[in-house]
Design a protein around this ligand. Structure first.
Ligand code: DHB
Ligand code: FE
Length: 282
């Protein structure tokens, strides 16, 4: 049967997408150093656990879905996913391999479980997906891992509640573990932590709340899932609500996980950046 090996979280800021190709040079730059310093242990963990498939839980910011057509939950079921110019100047990188068979298994299973998602046989993936993949697979060396994009609306209200997302993650976890193939599956949740990109509170960051989230997500995720979307916006900024993507990832991992590694740094662009590596108990 398929086995979930663990979870990864990371912020997905577009400027990181531009910095990654220059990492060798920027790693000694005072602005970037504390950010890139977090990644070698996470990359070493990925090398060690060798996932066959990565489920990437992220939000689209207007590349594939726009305000005129905004599913709450969408799952990719394509053979291949590509990125494209989003207007940030991020490079176009090699396509990602899909796993349509596992995609359709997950889609069938979560719909059966009460989550009426949109299924996407064509899907462009934006920085919410590509920046984390480029960070964890240096030199875009991800050709050996199949990917399944799981896209959650964090852009246009109403957003799904943190508890709904946590439970959606649990449904994804049940779906993976009922898949009849001996593969290792990694679950990624991207975005966050606190940030607000526009309006009166642009630049808002809440380190205390971010650190609370990074602590409680390990063994008390349900405590965090009880916040409302309005709570998250108040406490971590309008785009800090991307934390629902982390909670979805955490739901998929099941009851017991241990923290292998984490990093937190304020700030890249307008965002408190955070990285976590969580291992699922055997
Ligand atoms: C930034 C952060 C994001 O999460 C995003 O999607 C776009 C931009 C930023 O801080 O610049
Ligand atoms: Fe974002």
């Amino acid at each position: 049967m398929a086995r979930i090996i663990g979870g990864l979280t990371t912020s997905h800021i577009p400027s990181i997408g531009n910095a990654v190709p220059r990492e060798a040079e920027l790693v000694s730059d005072p602005y970037w150093k504390p950010f890139f310093a977090g990644y070698p242990p996470a990359r070493a963990w990925v090398e060690k656990v060798k996932p066959d498939v990565a489920i990437v839980i992220y939000n689209d910011h207007g590349l594939n879905f726009f305000l005129n057509n905004m599913p709450t939950f969408a799952i990719g079921a394509a053979f291949e996913y590509r990125n494209a110019d989003e207007g940030w100047g991020i490079p176009t990188i090699p396509p990602f391999h899909g796993d349509p068979e596992l995609s359709w298994h997950i889609i069938n299973s979560v719909v059966e479980d009460g989550f009426d998602i949109a299924s996407c046989q064509e899907m462009l993936v934006d920085h919410g997906f590509t920046v984390p993949m480029s960070l964890f697979w240096p030199g875009n060396s991800y050709s050996g891992v199949k990917t399944i994009p799981v896209c959650i609306n964090t852009v246009q209200h109403p957003l799904p509640s943190p508890m709904r997302c946590f439970k959606f993650g649990q449904a994804i976890g049940r779906a993976i573990e009922s898949y009849d193939k001996d593969i290792k599956v990694l679950v990624m949740g991207t975005g966050g932590l606190s940030h607000q990109l526009d309006g009166e509170r642009a630049g808002y960051i809440n380190k205390e709340f971010d650190l609370l989230c990074m602590d409680k997500i390990v063994s008390e995720p349900e405590t965090l899932a009880r916040y409302s979307i309005v709570d998250l916006v108040r406490l971590s900024g309008a785009q800090g609500a991307e934390f629902i993507l982390w909670l979805t990832m955490r739901g998929a991992l099941g009851d017991k996980v241990s923290k292998v590694h984490s990093n937190y740094y304020v700030a890249i662009s307008n965002t408190a950046t955070a990285l976590m590596v969580l291992e699922k108990a055997a």
